[in-house]
Design a protein around this ligand. Structure first.
Ligand code: NDP
Length: 435
């Protein structure tokens, strides 16, 4: 804590992992002696830089950009870029730390990184977004590369922003390489990338239920968020027979007791992609639904809760309400959406808990496949990629299980994911010696 003053999200992420890792390494002095956990919790480097751009009114704006390169023991740094007004070094360090374990769990050769800026894309014109992205890449380009560090999208960074940044990288370097993932299909992107995180979350949930001799079919699901992860998770959950009854955004949540359909989800996707703001207007179109301004959806009775918006959006009190309402599973679509004390409540109640680093790894896994396709200059077919995504999520589930089963039979996926993710990175670090 004293080495990283004020970085509360980073402390939270390291603490959550450390508790499980201490258990695992207690009788393995080789990891202690080499100070492996301490080394993983000290990023290889943190780059911070000024991003200067001009708005449509001719005002000069100054933002801060970052790239946190956490660990490249098992492959080049890989992780998204987030553009959101809340972005700071603590949030990006927590995300880069988590990403290191997540990428390890995918089984693909990718290290962990994350980056972004406190730039707020809300209300900005297309030209302003373009000028910001170009300015951001004008500094970032010197720190990334197809074999060094391959950023992707995250909150506030979708195909449009990736396009502006890729264009600027290409212009500066005169090289057409897979330096970013999440690209458009016409210029090096991969099929299935867009839907992979949300679909992967539901595949992981499906494995958890099957392991527990249960099924998603017929379950009532509360989802938070209305972005990429939330909408695709909702779509896949519905396909597998669940009834999704909530979606949310930064202004509140919608409760639709009839359940969301593909058409209703598409309405949300259109609304958000056209920058039309709050979900509040959903009730004008679908009158059985209710909008709860400024609230989160965890008071709604459900079998499954899927937080898919942002970090720390489900706290201990909300976890207790979910338990009271009979929740059977909580699966994290967003990164670190549950506070540590919420996770403790769920784990001690023996509720199925799918941690983000396992459950939402489908996105980065397909990003890894996009990197391979770029290197080979090929494009895989949709069915092949869907099959690979399903297989990877199945393997992640299996890898977690190796360390997850407790004495009373409870499958503690959080513990399993932490240990399985750690072991691979730690063994690579041991092989490289002390550096
Ligand atoms: P999007 O930008 O597409 O959507 C984010 C959603 O969360 C929006 O509905 C947004 O509301 C809401 N939101 C964002 N910040 C807040 C906040 N502080 N309070 C309340 N609501 C908020 O992002 P993604 O769907 O891509 O990402 C969501 C989460 O999933 C993040 O934690 C991200 O790191 C994680 N993730 C994403 C991956 C991906 O492939 N995209 C991969 C792995 C993890 P509004 O519409 O009002 O802005």
């Amino acid at each position: 804590v004293s080495r990283n003053p004020g970085e509360v999200e980073f402390h939270q992420a390291v603490y959550e992992v450390a508790v499980d890792i201490f258990d695992f390494i207690r009788d393995k002095p080789v990891y202690h002696e080499a100070q492996i956990l301490r080394r993983i919790a000290e990023p290889d480097r943190v780059v911070s830089f000024r991003v200067c751009w001009e708005d449509d009114a001719g005002n000069v704006r100054v933002q801060r950009g970052y790239r946190v390169q956490n660990n490249n023991s098992i492959g080049p740094y890989k992780g998204g870029l987030r553009f959101h007004k809340s972005v700071n070094q603590s949030i990006l360090k927590f995300l880069a730390f988590e990403q290191t374990f997540k990428n390890s769990l995918t089984g693909l050769p990718m290290g962990g990184g994350k980056g972004g800026s406190d730039f707020n894309p809300k209300g900005k014109s297309d030209r302003e977004i373009m000028r910001f992205c170009q300015s951001f890449m004008t500094e970032l380009y010197r720190h990334v590369g197809e074999d060094t560090d391959i950023p992707a999208g995250d909150i506030g960074v979708g195909a449009r922003e990736i396009g502006y940044m890729f264009g600027q990288y290409k212009r500066i370097t005169n090289r057409y390489v897979g330096v970013l993932t999440g690209k458009g299909l016409e210029w090096g992107g991969s099929l299935v990338r867009k839907e992979s995180t949300g679909y992967g979350v539901v595949y992981f949930l499906d494995h958890m239920f099957k392991q527990d001799k249960d099924t998603i079919d017929g379950k009532v699901v509360a989802i938070s968020g209305a972005g990429n992860v939330a909408t695709h998770a909702a779509e896949k959950a519905i396909q597998l027979g669940a009834k999704v009854v909530t979606m949310s955004d930064s202004t509140g949540f919608v409760h639709d007791p009839d359940g969301f359909s593909h058409e209703k989800i598409q309405w949300i996707v259109d609304q958000k992609s056209q920058g039309r703001g709050s979900l509040a207007s959903y009730t004008e179109v679908y009158s059985a639904a209710r909008f709860h301004a400024g609230e989160r959806p965890w008071s709604v009775s459900c079998d499954v809760a899927m937080p898919c918006a942002t970090q720390n959006e489900l706290n201990q009190d909300e976890a207790k309400v979910l338990l009271k309402n009979g929740v059977k599973a909580v699966v994290e679509g967003a990164n670190m959406p549950c506070s540590n004390d919420a996770i403790a409540v769920l784990r001690s109640a023996r509720v199925l808990f799918g941690p983000a680093k396992a459950a939402n790894a489908g996105g980065v896994a397909v990003s890894g496949l996009e990197m391979s396709q770029n290197s080979m200059r090929i494009s895989l077919k949709e069915e092949e990629l869907q099959g690979m995504l399903r297989e990877i999520m199945g393997n992640i589930h299996k890898n977690c299980l190796e360390f997850a089963v407790q004495d009373d039979g409870y499958v503690d996926y959080a513990k399993g994911a932490n240990i399985a993710g750690f072991k691979k990175v730690a063994n690579a670090m041991l092989a490289f010696g002390i550096l």
